[in-house]
Ligand binder design. Structure first.
Ligand code: ADE
Length: 248
């Protein structure tokens, strides 16, 4: 998979050199490039923002550097060349994702879907956001999504992109050594994961639930499932599938 990130802080993404994703980059499973938006400006101050039309607090990111950065990544813009822009929708067609608290919420299902794509482009906004025309124009040449990682506001899209790249990258076949570990975790079957224990069997007066030491695989699987349902009901009742909702 190829991932391009446009940001005014490309060094943010240096941490992708380490851990499992770093290894995936070394082996070629994942190719990540961070592009500095300021490289696509032409003034002495490398300006990327300006005051908002209509007034208001803060600054808005200017469309021109974004247009040039996206041209460099997606290829020359057919619409400005006077040609009919055609949006191709296939696994090869790039998806351009703008992290935004105003976007649809990122979920494990979205991570799974995006992990199937060959090319993702992330555009990190800062300040009060990006000129709306950048989204509208990009939508004439690629699939565009505004995506939020949760109902809170960050200073910019970089941290949100890091979270999404990690969630998506680990689902690319071969990135996580043991694919079974992906199946048994929170959100994969719509429930939160069960609690885990390792040795020693007793620690600071706390015992591992005896059933886990029983060797009875069926009983262990049943216990884990009950724990998942109990935990999800308590912490995230909104996630419960209809067949597990308590009868009124
Ligand atoms: N940028 C600022 N806040 C954000 C959020 N919650 N999700 C994604 N991008 C953001």
């Amino acid at each position: 998979m190829r991932i391009d990130v446009v940001t005014i802080f490309p060094e943010f993404f240096d941490v992708l050199d380490i851990s499992l994703l770093g290894k995936a980059r070394q082996t070629g499973l994942l190719e990540v490039t961070a592009h500095n938006l300021r490289e696509f400006t032409h003034d002495r101050h490398r300006t990327v923002d300006d005051t908002p039309y209509g007034g208001g607090a803060g600054m808005v990111m200017k469309p021109e550097p974004w247009g040039e950065a996206l041209d460099a990544i997606l290829g020359p813009d057919a619409t400005s060349a006077g040609e009919e822009g055609e949006i191709v929708s296939s696994a090869e067609a790039p998806v351009v994702i703008f992290p935004s608290p105003a976007g649809t919420v990122f979920t494990q299902a979205m991570a799974r879907e995006l992990a199937q794509r060959e090319h993702l482009v992330f555009g990190c906004g800062r300040y009060e956001g990006i000129d709306q025309r950048v989204f509208d124009h990009t939508a004439t040449r690629a699939e565009v999504r505004l995506v939020s990682i949760g109902d809170y506001v960050l200073n910019g899209g970089e941290v949100a992109v890091m979270a999404m790249v990690e969630a998506i990258g680990r689902l690319i076949p071969g990135v996580v050594g043991n694919p079974e570990s992906l199946v048994e975790e929170s959100h994969e079957d719509g429930l939160l994961e069960y609690p885990s224990y390792t040795k020693p069997a007793a620690w600071r007066g706390l015992e591992v639930p005896p059933i886990l030491l029983s060797g009875n695989h069926k009983a262990i699987a049943d216990w884990r499932r009950t724990q998942q349902i109990e935990r999800t009901t308590r912490v995230r009742p909104d996630l419960l599938p209809p067949d597990l909702l308590p009868n009124e």
